[in-house]
Design a protein around this ligand. Structure first.
Ligand SMILES: [Zn+2]
Length: 558
């Protein structure tokens, strides 16, 4: 997603309605993808004000200044310096004391509130939220976890994971023989392989099941190459076992889909369909593969077949999305280069389309050499009018482009690639690279930080406000920026983008692009971000946040 400069945010009627809806929720909480929720009440206000002046220029009115939004419920409430009850006790509050909660952080076991007093600018510390009576609790408790729906879902995050087809007779028994104590018993596997040389159908089946189980095990620990190898071996033994053949083919397709290798997935799915023409799973995954390949007709056809066999609400949403795209693009022209397919409305000129493709090819080469990775399949790019862009993406008003697997950009009124469009294209293309490199496992702050870094943006203008906000404990923790930002207000997004760029700049300055590459590789192998930071960069969130501020001071504020 590309953050438009303030003043360019879209103000169409559709958006006013959506902004009004968003406004009702604004300043309360952000639902994050991880299920964590963050209160941004006072925080949203003060940081927004700071940012409106220093970063975004003059702005629309925001919520009124912070007033106490909670009172102490328990007889006494200990205030800690950090979100740990083993950290230093900085104060103690008594029942009825009014406080401002400007930040809320939920772990699986506890909920911490960062608080300050009305008279103070700086937060005094953290308390367990259970000790507070929150004025907004009720209003926000019913807020839906996400209003985003599948229109915001990237192609390689589609909810179509096949559950392991274990019903194949004898699976459990063989799986228990081959996978033991957290590893594959290769001796046992070799024994079963050898037994199959007799040519007996039973022995062949056991060998196929053994490799299939080993593949499932490898997949469960994100060892995708090893999983592919095992499923391929399973196929070799399963020639006369249609159930195992289909199961292995579907799993192979699934691994390739996760890597955005759609053509390979289509090959396996075609083979699976030949064996099992009425498999709902094959139809669902085929729709996904075709959508990824930008073959909308076939995607719609396969998802329709899937729905006829066994309706599913997730597939219904995907089908609707593909049909919307298909209808919107029916009158579009298209263009193609080795790495892109481009669709554009008649209002865009073929010259502009050709220029955009040229710019994208240049960007492709440059990002490829930075990240030393290249997407396997052509990236789909769709150019819209402003109104169509808003209607189809349902993007927030501050978003100047959208990437949900397809790069969607409004280009109304443009006759050539402007500076801003050139930034947008490189920014969005970086998202495509990063998503495929990490197989969809990249936290949003890293995604957006890298996309901005690649487009050539640097933190010079933002350094001062970021450092000031950090000193007042007003920057959002990176941890809070892992999930979707789609519900952020313009000012909140402004901070999130700037802080993320600064963090990525610091990481690149400290560890080089090699460090970034290691980090992305760790994420691709299924590691969560914090362990990945530890093993790739020997760091953690607190160090990155501190280091980023030091980096900003040293680089821009001398
Ligand atoms: Zn972005």
């Amino acid at each position: 997603m590309y953050k438009l400069p303030r003043g360019q945010e879209n103000g169409s009627r559709v958006n006013l309605v959506r902004n009004a809806e968003r406004g009702r929720r604004r300043g309360r909480r952000f639902a994050l993808a991880t299920g964590q929720k963050i209160g941004w009440t006072a925080r949203g206000v003060c940081v927004a004000l700071l940012w409106l002046v220093l970063w975004n220029g003059p702005s629309q009115a925001q919520s009124p200044a912070a007033a106490p939004n909670a009172t102490v419920k328990s007889d006494s409430l200990v205030v800690y310096s950090e979100m740990r009850s083993t950290s230093t006790v900085v104060s103690s509050l008594k029942k009825g004391d009014p406080v401002i909660v400007d930040f809320e952080f939920k772990t699986s076991a506890e909920k911490w509130c960062r608080i300050k007093l009305a008279s103070q600018k700086v937060g005094i510390g953290f308390v367990q939220c259970t000790g507070l009576d929150r004025k907004e609790e009720q209003a926000t408790a019913q807020q839906p976890a996400t209003g985003l729906g599948t229109s915001r879902q990237a192609v390689n995050e589609l909810p179509l994971a096949p559950s392991p087809p274990r019903s194949t007779g004898g699976y459990d028994e063989i799986a228990n023989l081959v996978v033991r104590e957290g590893s594959i018993d290769v001796t046992k596997l070799a024994e079963l392989d050898a037994a199959s040389h007799s040519g007996s159908a039973a022995a062949m089946r056991r060998a196929a099941l053994a490799h299939y189980a080993a593949g499932n095990f490898e997949l469960s620990r994100n060892s995708n190459d090893e999983a592919i190898e095992q499923y391929r071996s399973a196929l070799g033994f399963a020639a006369k076992q249609p159930d195992l053949q289909v199961a292995s083919l579907v799993r192979l397709a699934y691994v390739h889909l996760h890597r955005s290798e759609y053509s390979a997935a289509v090959e396996y799915l075609d083979r699976a369909r030949a064996v099992a023409p009425r498999s709902v799973l094959v139809a669902r995954l085929s729709g996904w593969a075709y959508y990824g390949l930008d073959r909308l007709d076939e995607a719609v056809e396969q998802w329709n077949i899937a729905q006829q066999i066994e309706p599913d609400p997730d597939v219904a949403k995907l089908l609707e999305k593909a049909e919307t795209d298909k209808a919107a693009e029916s009158g579009f022209r298209s263009g193609q280069t080795s790495h892109f397919t481009l669709h554009y409305e008649g209002s865009a000129t073929p010259q502009l389309a050709a220029e955009i493709l040229r710019a994208l090819e240049d960007d492709f080469r440059s990002i490829q050499s930075e990240l030393r990775f290249a997407p396997q399949e052509p990236v789909a790019v769709v150019l819209y009018t402003q109104q169509n862009f808003r209607d189809i993406t349902r993007a927030p008003s501050w978003a100047g482009a959208w990437n949900d697997g397809r790069i969607r950009v409004p280009v109304q009124g443009l006759t050539s690639v402007s500076d801003q469009l050139s930034h947008i294209l490189k920014h969005e293309l970086t998202h495509s690279f990063v998503r495929q490199m990490t197989q969809g496992h990249c936290p949003q702050w890293l995604h957006e930080g890298l996309a901005q870094w690649m487009e050539g943006r640097r933190s010079d203008a933002a350094a001062q406000p970021l450092v000031a906000a950090y000193e007042h404990q007003q920057n959002p923790p990176l941890k809070a920026l892992e999930g979707s930002w789609a519900e952020f207000s313009g000012p909140q997004a402004g901070i999130a983008y700037a802080w993320s760029l600064a963090a990525v700049e610091f990481i690149v300055a400290n560890s080089g692009m090699w460090g970034v590459e290691r980090l992305l590789d760790n994420l691709a192998s299924g590691a969560a971000i914090e362990p990945a930071l530890g093993s790739a960069l020997q760091t953690n969130y607190a160090d990155i946040e501190r280091g980023t501020v030091e980096y900003l001071r040293r680089t821009y504020l001398k």
